[in-house]
Design a binder for this molecule. Sequence first.
Ligand SMILES: Nc1ncnc2c1ncn2[C@@H]1O[C@H](COP(=O)(O)OP(=O)(O)OP(=O)(O)O)[C@@H](O)[C@H]1O
Length: 119
Amino acid sequence: MLRRRAASFGHAFRGVTAALRSEVHLQFHAAATVVVIGLGFYFTISSTEWALVALAVGTVWSAELANTAIEALTDLVSPEYHPLAGKAKDVAAGAVLVAALGAVVVGALIFGPRLAHMF
Ligand SMILES: Nc1ncnc2c1ncn2[C@@H]1O[C@H](COP(=O)(O)OP(=O)(O)OP(=O)(O)O)[C@@H](O)[C@H]1O
């Protein structure tokens, strides 16, 4: 049971690293995550703010990983043009956009006033 759980965790971790290697958008999210964590420590944000940042970052990563999976499946099932394939990819990309917009709002509310105060 425990070994099966560990194997599942390994597969999931392999999925994240494979997507990180191939997806430029995910590499951008990784860089943004490092910057946001750095800003969090620099401004010593509160536990609640850390929770919101973690939620926003996790949501964007999850959406981007799901988008990558849907893109791969779509290319496998429908390598040729099909309106439904286009719809699947567009909707999956929309999920990333919505998550990213939410993260921008969280980032602006938490770091905006602090950054503005510096200048
Ligand atoms: N098989 C297809 N049939 C119809 N439309 C498609 C198909 N493949 C891609 N598209 C359209 O082209 C758009 C871009 O698809 P693509 O596979 O290049 O993803 P992408 O947006 O470049 O993602 P990424 O940059 O993360 O690889 C899709 O959102 C969709 O509108």
